[in-house]
Design a protein around this ligand. Structure first.
Ligand code: 13P
Length: 248
């Protein structure tokens, strides 16, 4: 059986005090969760969150890292720094970073290497825009994002990669992918992974859905064969909503 994961991506939200309060509420309400619960917080909150999370079951993630381990890169944070803090996961390739920070698959492949080399696990995001879906290019695009970002990796490190399918048109729009659309793309992604790494590896790879996932639609989405949990934006900012999704 594959692991089920629910990860909250706080993006650029919450003061430190608010974030710590939210974390405490989430951690106390998800203690018995059969799913792995992850909180991806702003860099400034990570140190305090890691300290709070010690001994608990909720894992802490960063939302990005640089592709070099150190150097003259003003304002950047390296994978080595995150690893040093005790962070477990890093999200890479989120569509907001692809769009606003021009992150390419080639750059992301280097970030993935940097993260894995520092013993971080990676949540690697892929997803198409509405135009790409309407022009029927979405399957090829997702294949390309995964191939160029990840397929240089050795099969032995695949266990440290979680994939997240986040259609751009569903992020923050309230318009979620239907469970059939999500399942269709997740099955495609698993097939792509199997083509490169074999069916056994693909069958143990977690593929999360993200995009307007909420307490009402989570159960239906998570019940699809190839949907192994969710990457949650807006609904992760509220403890009741997020924990309800964790229990879905
Ligand atoms: P929303 O859940 O707000 O649509 O965001 C999804 C997302 O981008 C998570 O990374």
């Amino acid at each position: 059986m594959r692991k089920q994961i629910v990860a909250g991506n706080w993006k650029m939200n919450k003061s430190l005090e608010e974030g710590l309060g939210l974390y405490k509420a989430i951690s106390s309400q998800t203690e018995a969760s059969s799913k792995e619960v992850i909180v991806a917080a702003p860099f400034t909150h990570l140190s305090s969150l890691v300290a709070l999370a010690k001994g608990g079951s909720v894992k802490i993630a960063a939302q990005n890292c640089h592709h070099e381990l150190s150097g003259a890169y003003t304002g950047e944070v390296s994978a080595a720094m995150l690893s040093d803090l005790g962070v477990t996961y890093v999200i890479l390739g989120h569509s907001e970073r692809r769009a606003y920070a021009n992150e390419s698959n080639a750059l992301l492949s280097k970030k993935v290497d940097a993260a894995l080399a520092q013993n971080l696990k990676v949540i690697y995001c892929c997803g198409e825009t509405l135009e790409e879906r309407q022009s029927k290019g979405h399957f090829d695009l997702i294949t390309q994002q995964i191939t160029e970002g990840l397929f240089h990796l050795d099969a032995s490190v695949l266990k440290n990669i979680v994939l997240a399918y986040e259609p751009v048109w569903a992020i923050g729009t309230g318009q979620t992918a239907s469970s059939a659309q999500a399942q269709e793309m997740h099955a495609h992604i698993r097939k792509v992974v199997a083509t490169k790494y074999g069916k056994a590896s693909a069958d143990t790879t977690c593929i999360l859905y993200g995009g307007s996932c909420n307490p009402t639609n989570a159960k239906e989405l998570f019940s699809q064969n190839d949907v192994d949990g969710g990457l949650i934006g807006g609904a992760s900012l509220n403890a009741a909503n997020f924990t309800s999704i964790c229990k879905a």
